[in-house]
Design a protein around this ligand. Structure first.
Ligand code: HEM
Length: 393
């Protein structure tokens, strides 16, 4: 469900990039129903054309344009027909290679995918991360470090148990490794080969891929652990509304009351769970090529809900070639990862240099009592009350 929701939210952006819809029906009478100059020009511009007028005709001599007409085909068994059959996967092909997609000889989403991957994806993705670093630097310069306002007590209370800290650091360590190796893989051909040469990049790329594929399991395990440990503390409640209205008190507006996690942290938590879950799902689809197609079924559900039609995208294409599925999975995986990386950069800032006393919560698990009273007053009151209850140690 979460993965579906997540796919739903970002699908529209992705679909717009991948699919430019044909606006008006094209008159193909001059070419006897074959493609027109307009179609060819559109394809050359990288726009997707509605080619159902061709894909439905493969291998059927009756639908071939008459040989006598200008630009007519040579009949039902012409070369173009054969190539069209390859292209739309209707030719009877047998291969010695086994496995999914072995019989797909031509798929035409490749160039659009490659151009998007090497261009906008890399540019906007790294721009997003750089932009976040600039924003945080400005924030630090304007607001400075968030200090503990009151007098420190010299006493601490336990904020996170060892198991919780283990899960957090497993998640953090694996995510950072995945982020670095993922960017190396993405930027390799365009940035790293020109900088370091093919030989050096080959070694880096092999190592990166190995680390990325294997560390992904640690990330998925940690994601499950973190979810199980903290979900009860991250359910939205009334205190969140007040916390948000006061902007978390970040610009000197005091400290709005908060339970174990405040609304800002809940946003981080759910971003990690939903986006991390979606990255994991698309990652699994990439890890087991052609075995876990997810986009066609998702597009079908979206079409049935009428959402793409509502925002003018028309019906999304649900008959995706196996390779197109992989292309969508790769782009989705990378886009969602960039968004989560940007969020996590902000999280790392606030959990370390941005706020005095915060790091200790994940360091040794003990936080200064005054810090706890200021940032999580309701939770601290609860813990202190439990401490004073008869029978507590
Ligand atoms: C080196 C980098 C990191 C540092 C220094 C750091 C620090 C912290 C700290 C201090 C807390 C506890 C805050 C509190 O007591 O209320 C925390 C919580 C958390 N961390 Fe991290 N963290 C890092 C990386 C990550 C990464 C990479 C992820 C996920 C991919 C992550 C996910 C979380 C989540 C979900 C929570 C609970 C919600 C929250 O407090 O925002 N952390 N982290």
């Amino acid at each position: 469900m979460l993965r579906f929701l997540c796919i739903l939210v970002l699908t529209f952006g992705l679909s717009t990039a991948m699919q430019a819809q044909e606006a008006t029906p094209v008159d193909r009478s001059a070419t006897g129903g074959a493609q027109t100059l307009e179609d060819i020009l559109k394809r050359q511009e990288g726009l997707k054309i509605d080619d159902t007028f061709r894909s439905g005709q493969t291998g059927n001599p009756d639908t071939a344009a008459a040989t006598t007409e200008q630009l007519g085909t040579l009949g039902g068994a012409s070369d173009p027909d054969l190539w069209r059959a390859y292209r739309y996967n209707t030719a009877a092909i047998t291969t010695q290679a086994r496995g999914p997609a072995a019989e797909v000889l031509i798929q035409d989403g490749g160039m659009r995918w490659l151009v998007f991957r090497e261009g906008p994806l890399l540019t906007y993705g790294t721009g997003l991360l750089g932009g976040m670093v600039v924003l945080l630097t400005l924030f630090y310069l304007i607001r400075g470090r968030i200090r503990i306002d009151g007098e420190k007590t010299g006493r601490t209370i336990l904020r996170f148990k060892a198991a919780e800290r283990f899960a957090h650091w497993l998640l953090a360590g694996s995510f950072i490794l995945l982020g670095i190796t993922g960017i190396i893989t993405l930027a390799g051909r365009k940035v790293l080969i020109p900088a370091f040469g093919h030989e050096a990049f080959a070694t880096i790329a092999i190592a990166s891929k190995w680390v990325h594929n294997n560390v992904s399991w640690a990330f998925m395990l940690a994601l499950i652990l973190v979810f199980v440990f903290w979900v009860v503390h991250n359910l939205p409640d009334r205190t969140d509304v007040n916390w948000i209205l006061k902007g978390g008190g970040i610009f000197g507006g005091g400290h709005p009351p908060a339970k174990k996690f405040n609304a800002g942290q809940k946003l981080i938590f759910w971003s990690v769970i939903i986006l991390g879950g979606s990255i994991s799902a698309s990652g699994l689809s990439l890890l087991f090529p052609f075995e876990l197609p997810m986009f066609a079924p998702t597009f079908e559900k979206l079409n049935a809900l009428g959402l793409p039609q509502l925002i003018g995208l028309g019906e999304l294409n649900t008959s995706l070639a196996p390779h197109e599925e992989m292309q969508y999975a790769q782009l989705w995986h990378a886009i969602v990862s960039f968004v989560l990386m940007a969020i996590i950069i902000a999280h790392i800032y606030i959990g370390s240099v941005g706020m005095e006393g915060a790091y200790a919560a994940m360091g040794d698990g003990e936080v200064e009592l005054q810090w706890a009273r200021e940032h999580h007053s309701l939770w601290t009151a609860e813990v202190e009350q439990k401490r004073t209850e008869p029978g507590s140690t």
